[in-house]
Design a protein around this ligand. Structure first.
Ligand code: URA
Length: 299
């Protein structure tokens, strides 16, 4: 089962680890007894948390842990804390564009999952403003995106462009990426192992861009960015605190993004009656970002 940390605790934990990192402490060990306890069914992520930290940090975490038990919290995707500590090429690179380039280079001609053997023409990394305040995350490239190497350039992309314009923004001002960077054959939904293999790269992109808001387009993006699966009707209509799992931002003062969920543009093409609902989601984002819709939205 995925371990879910509430955002405050996750932040405290990441800060503490960063602090140890700065002190030159890189190695953390789990006590065997606690690993065994977990395996025997002790499900709380905090047990791992405590056992991986020096003793001096434990009372503070215990307090938060007690608070967490009764709290209703927004969740973030499961995080392997050891990933946070594994240096990535872009860590410490302040220039967003250069940092994104390093992530792209790290991805290389990726063969990490089976999608590379299933007819993809090219990797579709992401497009837009490396310093965007607003980021959209879709599911995976379709045929047009695979052909052009850019996310959301087909029919769903045209609708997404209109949604962006309706928010008073230009496509070039936002950043657009997908959970998986290779086209699933026949536009099937990306499978769990494919998402798990690819999403660390998305998390690193988000950590570099440091958007104020991430909009998950559809259930696949929502499920992969948040650590739970729920019907769209339950996921929409609110913000979640979001920190990219397993990735570190070059800016320790960045406290994460807000995440909103809305319908995927391809779904809206199939069921245009839901456009009004999607517009409500975007208005919530606009309000938070202080955006005004243009007086006349170009078609
Ligand atoms: N659908 C997606 O989820 N992403 C794209 O890039 C295009 C269509």
């Amino acid at each position: 089962m995925a371990h879910v940390l509430d955002p405050d605790l996750r932040r405290a934990f990441a800060d503490r680890l960063r602090y140890y990192h700065e002190l030159g402490i890189y190695d953390f060990y789990r006590r065997e007894s606690q690993v065994a306890e977990r395996a025997a069914g002790a499900p709380d992520a905090f047990e791992t948390t405590e056992s991986t930290l020096p003793a001096s940090s434990q009372p503070e975490l215990r307090e938060k842990m007690a608070a967490r038990k009764s709290a209703v919290v927004a969740t973030v995707a499961e995080e392997n804390i050891f990933d946070v500590l594994t240096p990535k090429p872009e860590y410490g690179v302040a220039d967003h564009k250069a940092a994104l380039k390093l992530i792209r280079e790290d991805l290389g001609d990726c063969t990490r999952c089976k999608l590379h053997q299933q007819g993809r023409k090219q990797i579709v990394f992401g497009v837009g403003n490396p310093r965007a305040e607003l980021m959209f995350v879709g599911e995976g490239p379709g045929a047009d995106e695979d052909a052009q190497g850019e996310p959301f350039v087909g029919r769903a992309g045209q609708l997404l462009n209109n949604m962006i314009k309706a928010m008073g923004l230009r496509r070039e001002e936002v950043y657009i990426a997908n959970v998986v960077k290779c086209r699933p054959p026949g536009n099937r939904t990306p499978e769990r192992d494919e998402c798990e293999t690819c999403s660390p790269f998305l998390m690193r992109q988000i950590a570099v861009i440091k958007p104020k808001v991430v909009v998950a387009l559809g259930a696949v993006a929502a499920k992969n960015l948040l650590a739970f699966n729920a019907p769209m009707a339950e996921l929409r209509g609110r913000f979640y605190d979001f920190m990219p799992a397993g990735a570190r931002s070059s800016d320790p003062s960045w406290q994460g993004a807000r995440l909103a969920v809305t319908y995927h543009p391809a779904f809206l093409l199939r069921d245009p009656r839901q456009k009004g609902e999607a517009w409500k989601d975007l208005q919530m984002v606009m309000k938070y970002l202080g955006l005004e819709p243009p007086t006349k939205v170009a078609e």
